[in-house]
Design a protein around this ligand. Structure first.
Ligand code: DX5
Ligand code: ZN
Length: 230
């Protein structure tokens, strides 16, 4: 298994290119290029056409990406019944699995049992919150997860506008979380919004369009992470 960058101290900000914005016709090249340009890990958006109005990719894609990179894949499950997808994505090589607290079918199975299932498979576990979902929704799993994912767009598509109201939740979680827990922000991240998210306390920045549509990916990744004089 690839080394899990979420577990590595110290917790410097990490940049996770969102594969959804890559050119799928040249996926291996796109992944190799993003790694060469300084990506810390890859963020992989799984959509089932039910939980969100889009269909994207499955475990075969995770396996293909894994052959092109040494970096970990952080799999973001935007699906109903996320418990049904843990095994196939772990077998495909995911290093971290994040489910949505709003996912239909999750309550019946149990979020804590789902986290255990992910941990038993050797991966880190994250929980995601849609922009309108209050922080209280994840209170019951807060101590068990390795990562909180704050959606800063409505899940479904790359290239949307950042919803700045969610920064308040980022600040709230930063104060609550243990230093070993990661705080990821996903959607509409540009160099400007990345800076705001880092200031608020996020330490994993997911960026799709900002990286894959940039003319200079290496400097974009460095600037997103804040590797520049302030
Ligand atoms: C949105 C996905 C995001 C998205 C990010 O539903 O969860 O990961 O691909 O893309 P950008 O950075 O272009 O908003
Ligand atoms: Zn995502």
């Amino acid at each position: 298994m690839k080394s899990n960058v979420f577990l590595k101290p110290p917790h410097l900000p990490l940049v996770a290119p969102s594969v959804l914005a890559a050119d799928f016709g040249r996926i291996a090249e796109e992944i190799m290029d993003a790694e060469r340009c300084g990506a810390d890990l890859f963020h992989v958006d799984i959509m089932d056409g039910h939980f969100v109005p889009n269909l994207t990719m499955g475990p075969d894609m995770v396996q293909a990406i894994g052959r092109a990179t040494t970096l970990m894949q952080d799999v973001h499950l935007m699906v109903e019944h996320p418990q049904d997808f843990v095994k196939p994505f772990l077998e495909a090589g995911a290093g971290s699995l994040t489910f949505h607290i709003e996912a239909p079918g999750l309550k019946e199975f149990g979020a804590l049992d789902l986290i255990d299932r992910i941990h038993d498979g050797g991966a880190t576990a994250g929980v995601a919150l849609n922009p309108e979902t209050p922080v209280e929704a994840v209170e019951g799993v807060l101590n068990q997860v390795d990562m909180i994912l704050i959606m800063s767009v409505h899940p479904g598509f790359t290239g949307q506008t950042f919803i700045s109201e969610v920064l308040e939740k980022v600040r709230w979680f930063r104060n609550k979380l243990d230093p070993r827990q990661r705080l990821e922000i996903d959607g509409g991240i540009s160099i400007r919004t990345a800076h705001e998210a880092l200031e608020a306390g996020a330490d994993v920045l997911v960026a799709g369009a900002a990286i894959f549509r940039a003319s200079d990916r290496a400097s974009t990744i460095a600037n997103l992470r804040g590797d520049y004089p302030r």
